[in-house]
Write a protein that binds this ligand. Structure first.
Ligand code: EPU
Length: 423
């Protein structure tokens, strides 16, 4: 198993390019199931979650290949869904990635049936899929549970009004995809507003779907008889961009993330500015600089456009070095403080009560051996390691490899001393 070894305490400086958004690529890959022709997703990062979904689509009969992308070093994934005969997602693939549930809506809409292993809980919480199933049932699908699998069938889905009990990103995406081929009009109320939902809506529209309202909390989808193949450019990863900016801020550095879209990151950029970092929008990117102390600020996660749960752990690492008290409240997932115990081992002072962490800033953290527990928690440990004098080893970085493309190379290019070694 690979680990990261970090010699911390160096100021990061320079420009780094953001990759395409994992959480935008995954629904686009699932949307390929709906099409009559091949889909090409440009700007796809090389990540484990993306190859896992590729394997799942191949298991169902699709042909999935990686192709070059116009000479800029970025890749595209090309999926030809015409060979799909087996609308099943087995446990072995679903258990490693919950986003596999995204194939449910497209399969039932295009093939009339789906059988997918029910995803269990995961490290960050219970994460049920009741809203996905409720929505598909409202569209006329019959869902049943047997031997740990969800089986769902419908001859043709029919449009309906679906009210989500809570904002769910993949739930909204699943229903939006299913509704594209349904008979009649579907209205998704209390829909998720994330940029990744908008990216999917844009791609579906290029495929011939009739969708409006994405980005608001009500999305209207008028069903069409068929969708065609397209090439679609994926949006930049706002979570990776936020993590890289935090790497600049936590080390008192000067970092520009090229390709980052500031309007998709308002909540994070504002908190960085409140903490005393200087944020500026530069042509084609965002720059962060910090010279003075880190001011402790409070953050509370909430659905977009609120502060993203996927940046909570990284921001908490930053607050560990704040000049006072910071309250970090997690409202999306019930178990997303697993980085706390590891940060404490570096000298952080954090008390947790329920979904709230009180972080008392310390003047310095110290390097330590650490265990990564989930994707974003791993990133927070890397940030803390970059700021802490001494050596930090981050174990189990396979979690990090699910969602960050060559993070060690990107950070090294900014002057960090970080290497990947075999344990
Ligand atoms: N929920 C339910 N029932 C449902 C669906 C969701 O109770 O049917 C609950 C969840 O348990 C959670 C809340 O609703 O408490 C929100 O979950 P959501 O469905 O929005 O999460 P998701 O779609 O499974 C996506 C991202 C996550 C990100 C969350 C929140 C993808 C592939 N995953 O997950 O990304 O944290 O939205 O923004 O888009 C990550 O990249 O590290 C990651 C975990």
């Amino acid at each position: 198993m690979d680990i990261f070894v970090i010699q911390g305490g160096r100021r990061l400086d320079g420009t780094v390019r953001v990759s395409g958004a994992k959480n935008a690529v995954l629904p686009l890959m699932a949307a390929s199931i709906l099409a009559d022709g091949p889909i090409e997703i440009a700007g796809t990062p090389r990540l484990r979650d993306i190859s896992t979904l590729g394997k799942l689509l191949a298991h169902m009969g699709a042909s999935v290949e990686t192709v070059g992308d116009g000479g800029d070093g970025r890749e595209a994934v090309r999926i030809d869904p015409s060979g799909i005969r087996n609308p099943e997602a087995p446990y072995d693939l679903v258990k490693t990635m919950r986003a596999s549930v995204l194939v449910l809506g497209p399969l039932v809409a295009r093939h009339g049936r789906a059988r997918i292993s029910l995803p269990g809980g995961c490290a960050i919480g219970a994460r049920p899929i009741d809203q996905h199933l409720k929505g598909l049932s409202l569209l006329g699908a019959k869902a049943s549970l047997s031997e740990g699998y969800v089986e769902i069938e419908a001859s043709r889905l029919s449009g309906a009004v679906v009210y989500f009990d809570m904002k769910t990103v993949t739930g909204t995406e699943n229903l939006m995809m299913a509704a594209t081929l349904a008979k009649g009009t579907t209205v998704l109320k209390n829909a998720a507003q994330e940029p990744e939902v908008c990216c999917l809506a844009g791609a579906l529209r290029s495929m011939g779907a009739d969708i409006e309202g994405e980005g608001s909390d009500e999305i209207v989808v008028r069903g069409v008889p068929a969708l065609r193949g397209v090439r679609h450019e994926v949006i930049p990863d706002r979570i990776e961009a936020s993590t890289l900016l935090l790497a600049g801020a936590i080390t008192g550095g000067d970092v520009t993330v090229s390709g980052a879209v500031p309007s998709a990151m308002d909540a994070v950029l504002q908190k960085l500015a409140e903490s005393g970092a200087e944020i500026s929008t530069v042509p084609g990117g965002v720059r962060v600089r910090r010279e003075g102390p880190i001011r402790s600020v409070n953050v509370e996660t909430s659905p977009y456009p609120g502060f993203p749960t996927d940046v909570q752990a990284q921001f908490m690492a930053y607050m560990c070095l704040g000049d006072g008290f910071s309250i970090v409240r997690e409202t999306i997932f019930e178990n997303r403080f697993m980085h706390v115990a590891e940060l404490r081992r570096m000298g952080a002072r954090i008390d947790v009560s329920g979904n709230t962490a009180a972080v008392k800033g310390v003047s310095a953290l110290s390097g330590a051996p650490l265990m990564a527990t989930d994707l974003r928690a791993s990133a927070s440990l890397v940030l803390a390691g970059l700021a802490a004098p001494g050596t930090t080893e981050v174990l189990r970085i396979y979690h990090l490899d699910r969602g960050y493309e060559s993070l060690e190379n990107k950070l090294s290019s900014l002057g960090a001393c970080i290497s990947r070694v075999k344990e």
